[in-house]
Ligand binder design. Sequence first.
Ligand SMILES: [Zn+2]
Length: 194
Amino acid sequence: MSLRRDTDALAHLTTGYEPKLLEIADDSDPLLLKVSEPVPVEEIACSETQHLIRDMIKTMYAAPGIGLAAPQVRILRRIIVFYLPAARDDVNKSGVPLTVLINPNVMFLDDNKVSDYEGCLSVPGKRGLVSRANKIRYRGLNERGEPIDVIAEGWHARLVQHEFDHLNGILYPSLMAQEDKLLTVDEWKALTGK
Ligand SMILES: [Zn+2]
């Protein structure tokens, strides 16, 4: 996805605000194990929330990452931001545009689970095999407070489940099977040829 499109997608958000980079908490921070609070709908339009969203997007791109949840920047609110580059879209190949998802809920649409390696900005330098539902429906509100209702498959579904877990204090290593060990990025590259 091009930078041009990212900028356009954000054009309606608060103008005249220069977003700042936030520090990303790593897994030594107990805040990451806490359950985040919903955002009251009337607070979505508040400058505090809008600025946080802008800061999260900037922080995610700078990291670089494809998803970030508010607790990762030590704000215990149910807000996630993500996008899926076309190259990582195993189902539609077209990618998923930058999405802000507030107070999400996730429904599993089939019993099919697939395993793949995940990384996390809060678990730096590591990769781990995680089994997840292949198809989900997620709902929530966008940055304008408008409803989002999407059916997602493959990596799109994996990404949303990963970010959603952060809102419930869950980090992916706790979901790994006992026999699978957390790999360093070098070990993961050697194993997968990536
Ligand atoms: Zn993560």
